[in-house]
Design a protein around this ligand. Structure first.
Ligand SMILES: Cc1cc2nc3c(=O)[nH]c(=O)nc-3n(C[C@H](O)[C@H](O)[C@H](O)COP(=O)(O)O)c2cc1C
Length: 188
């Protein structure tokens, strides 16, 4: 099988795209679209996001050592794209998108009321990675609307209608392909 060499680039795709919020209710706050977001550890739960130093939200996360990952439903694609296109430095994105900031319970940050799942994150490490710094954080609380949970109380990603992103394009999650462990049930 012949392959061509591509230019070196951050090409782990498709991946998550989330709306990260930070800052306080009574002080400056912001919500910014972040595609470089990932789970990092399960015990205790950790996540990481890659944020360019020039982003307005970068300073808010650094100051309060906290942020919230708000998982987007596809119905909020316009708001998600908007918050990744203008800066909170010169625009109140919450006013412009009619999204509502509400205080997180465990960390010093706001979360976005209209997004169905909010992960409160407490930063414990900042890793310089070049153009972006990586904020590594403990997930210290998760809020979820009942409408996006299955009968066992677990997040149902298809019900949430999540969004994926890669190389400039947004994707919806079309259908579930199978459950973890399927390779043990069927012989190839
Ligand atoms: C789909 C999408 C994904 C993005 N992912 C990232 C990212 O992972 N890291 C980052 O620093 N900026 C990312 N950006 C760019 C910021 O969201 C954008 O520059 C935003 O306007 C910064 O706002 P702020 O200055 O209020 O923080 C992304 C933008 C879009 C549209």
């Amino acid at each position: 099988m012949s392959k061509v060499l591509l230019k070196n680039q951050p090409l782990v795709v498709p991946g998550a795209v989330v709306l990260v919020s930070a800052g306080t209710m009574d002080g400056p706050h912001d919500a910014t679209t972040i595609a470089w977001a990932s789970n990092m550890a399960s015990e205790p739960p950790a996540a990481a996001i890659g944020v360019r130093q020039s982003r307005y939200i970068y300073g808010l996360i650094k100051e309060h050592k906290a942020f919230v990952i708000n998982l987007p439903p596809s119905s909020k694609l316009w708001e998600l794209d908007y918050c990744g296109t203008v800066s909170g430095r010169d625009t109140d994105k919450f006013a412009a998108t009619h999204l509502t900031p509400v205080p997180a319970e465990k960390v010093k940050a706001v979360m976005v009321a209209e997004f169905p799942v909010n992960l409160e994150c407490e930063v414990f490490s900042v890793v310089p990675a070049g153009s972006h710094d990586i904020f590594v954080a403990r997930i210290v609380a998760i809020h979820a609307e009942e409408e996006v949970l299955d009968a066992s109380g677990r997040l149902d990603q298809l019900k949430m209608g999540g969004v994926a992103y890669g190389a400039g394009t947004y994707f919806s999650l079309g259908k579930a392909l199978g459950r973890h462990g399927l390779s043990q049930q069927v012989k190839k």
